[in-house]
Design a protein around this ligand. Structure first.
Ligand code: UD1
Length: 420
């Protein structure tokens, strides 16, 4: 199995180009199930989650080429409507085929994703909303078996909780429904907004994009014609590299980034004492005179993202004082704390709250990645630890970070990949 070896205590310096957002590319790829034409999507990160989803679409009948971050995909050829457990169990986001398959074929079977390392993560809200749109849904043999004999019907849906992939599934389902669907308490993440914009460019009328309440005027089952798409920059990858600069207290420039998607993260870095200069498609991080402790509460966009929580916990180990992080979205997203403690960090957790006493010198050790973002937090900690930190189970990291070792090496990090 691959592992990463990081030699710590080096200052970083230079420029990193940010890749396209995995979490935007995933729904954009499944949205092509609604397209009547071959669709070109550029700036797709070449990471395992994307390749897993493409494997699923290939099983369903899509034809595509994926080279140099450009995907040319024709999903009009889809003829199977069963998304198998073998793929869904490796990637929960494959649930994003549920809405578009049901809208187009009026029936589908999609394996019910299980829990995962960061929490239970049910999909009850996706199912409830589709039932409101007229689908009959049973859980049989571990599959969501869904049918809407007369097609999905527009209606008013109020999400009890804000859900990102739930919102995306219902947006795609509504695009091909009969009549209007009003979705209240919809997620406002930039990835959700890009999906709405793409569907709108394809001729689906959508009102209220970017607000809590949107209305989608469905096409009554008619497939739509997509234009070319460019995936937005990955705000979580960008945030992770900013933390790499911050934890080593270095100067760093990010290119091909959208700073408006990173307001909560940039504001916390400023509170911690770092300088931030925002230019068009570019962010510069300036080293701090002193790294201040921070208080963070994770919540839905535009608040501080749960996907940046682990990286800021690693960074907080270098602050002069005590930081507090409250995780409000997932019930089990502190798995990285025990691994950070193996490096010498002083972290206490109590339910949803972690208290980090900064200032302990970290010392390299063997650690194990537990989920995608936790893995990157361990890499960050390795960058400041004395000696060598070996990070195992980095298949988690490969799910979502494109060329991480190359990008970090290019700014001076000592990081290599090995096999054990
Ligand atoms: C997406 C992101 C993930 C990010 C998360 C929160 C993708 C592919 N993944 O995951 O990186 O960490 O948003 O920003 O975009 N919930 C329910 N019932 C449901 C759906 C969700 O109770 O039917 C709960 C979840 O358990 C969680 C909360 O709602 O506590 C938010 O989850 P959700 O926004 O759905 O996360 P994902 O879309 O799975």
């Amino acid at each position: 199995m691959d592992f990463l070896s990081v030699s710590g205590n080096t200052k970083l310096n230079g420029t990193i180009e940010v890749s396209g957002a995995k979490n935007s590319a995933l729904p954009l790829i499944t949205s092509t199930i609604l397209a009547k034409n071959l669709v070109n999507i550029s700036n797709i990160p070449n990471v395992v989650d994307i390749r897993t989803l493409l494997k699923l679409l290939k099983n369903l009948g899509s034809e595509f080429e994926f080279n140099n971050n450009l995907l040319k995909i024709d999903s009009s050829k889809i003829h199977h409507t069963k998304a198998n457990y073998e793929i869904i169990k490796t990637m929960r986001a494959s649930i994003l085929v549920l809405g578009p398959l049901l809208a187009r074929f009026r029936k589908c079977e999609v394996s019910l994703p299980g829990g995962c390392a960061i929490g239970e993560r049910p999909v009850d809200l996706h199912i409830k909303a589709l039932k409101q749109m007229g689908a009959e849904i049973d859980i049989r043999g571990g599959y969501i078996v869904a049918e809407a004999k007369k097609g999905l019907k527009g209606c008013e849906i109020v999400f009890d909780k804000i859900t990102v992939t739930g919102s995306e599934n219902i947006i795609m389902a509504a695009a091909l429904s009969k009549g209007n669907t009003k979705i209240i308490n919809i997620a406002k993440e930039p990835e959700v907004i890009q999906l709405c914009n793409v569907l709108q460019n394809a001729g689906v009328d959508i009102n209220g994009i970017g607000t809590d309440e949107i209305t989608i005027y469905g096409t009554s089952g008619e497939l739509v014609e997509f234009s070319e798409i460019e995936v937005i920059p990955d705000r979580i990858e960008a945030g992770t590299y900013l933390c790499a600069g911050a934890i080593t207290n270095s100067n760093l420039t990010l290119k091909k980034v959208n700073s408006s998607h990173l307001s909560a993260v940039l504001s916390k870095l400023k509170e911690m004492g770092f300088g931030i200069i925002e230019n068009e498609n570019e962010i510069k991080l300036i080293e701090a005179r002193k790294i201040n402790p921070v208080e963070i509460i994770t919540s839905e966009y535009p608040a501080f993202p749960t996907d940046m929580q682990a990286q800021f916990m690693a960074l907080a180990t270098q602050a002069e004082g005590t930081s507090i992080i409250e995780e409000r979205l997932f019930e089990n997203r502190f798995m990285h704390t025990s691994e950070l403690r193996r490096l010498g960090a002083s972290i206490k957790t109590n339910g949803k709250v972690a208290t980090i006493d900064g200032g302990n010198k970290l010392i390299g050790a063997e650690v194990m990645a537990t989920d995608l973002r936790a893995s990157s937090a361990l890499v960050l900690a390795g960058l400041v630890a004395d000696g060598v930190t070996d990070i195992h189970r980095i298949y988690h990291l490969d799910r979502g970070y494109e060329k991480l070792e190359d990008k970090l090496s290019s700014i001076g990090a000592k990081i290599t990949r090995g096999k054990k």
